[in-house]
Design a protein around this ligand. Structure first.
Ligand SMILES: [Zn+2]
Length: 190
């Protein structure tokens, strides 16, 4: 795999929510990033929508709720790493969440720390529709897969399960693995 390291001052993808949890700002970089990753959406479409509606999985939504409340009520400045992968790219990202007292908005700023190109993993391609009734759980933060009572790295899980293209694949549900759960508990209790 090819690892591309990004500079410290890498582009920041920014979105903000108001006190009702509604998205009230996204920057151009955020919109471009969404489009490049198979979610072509305009500012008009995203502004005014509830942030929670774009977060998949109840556990992940719950963590974001806690982060947002603590930022708003107690001035928490959260910073954590997570993966935002597309089928052919493994991307390590860093997110900062904080409350801007002047605008009374909670701001989310993320940037790419590193990218690795890989053979496309169709399992996580949201446009791939040939899916069975089987459901695989994936960690929303690191993309590990819950397989045989263990959290297994996505690439390894795909290899072990023999998932290739042009076949019926399981559906994906979203959760959080034990390691990321530990990380996020630390961030929230900070
Ligand atoms: Zn994880």
């Amino acid at each position: 795999m090819v690892t591309l390291n990004h500079q410290q001052n890498a582009t920041e993808f920014v979105h903000s929510i108001d006190d009702t949890g509604s998205i009230c700002y996204v920057n151009d970089a955020w919109l471009n990033f969404a489009t490049e990753n198979g979610w072509p959406i305009s500012a008009d479409e995203i502004i005014g929508s509830q942030l929670v509606s774009s977060i998949m999985g109840p556990e992940t939504r719950h963590i974001y709720d806690l982060l947002i409340n603590r930022a708003r009520e107690e001035g928490l400045q959260a910073q954590f790493k997570y993966h935002c992968d597309s089928p052919d790219r493994r991307r390590l990202m860093e997110m900062r969440i904080f409350h801007d007292q002047v605008s009374d908005q909670v701001e989310f700023r993320s940037r790419i720390i590193s990218t690795e190109k890989r053979k496309p993993i169709v399992l996580i391609d949201s446009l791939y529709e040939n899916r069975s009734d089987t459901i695989l759980k994936m960690c929303s933060w690191c993309k590990a897969i819950w397989y045989e009572h263990n959290w297994v790295e996505l690439e390894r899980a795909v290899q072990q399960l023999g998932f290739m293209t042009e076949q019926e694949l399981p559906q994906i549900s979203h959760g959080i693995c034990s390691q990321c759960s530990k990380q996020m508990t630390k961030v929230i209790d900070n």
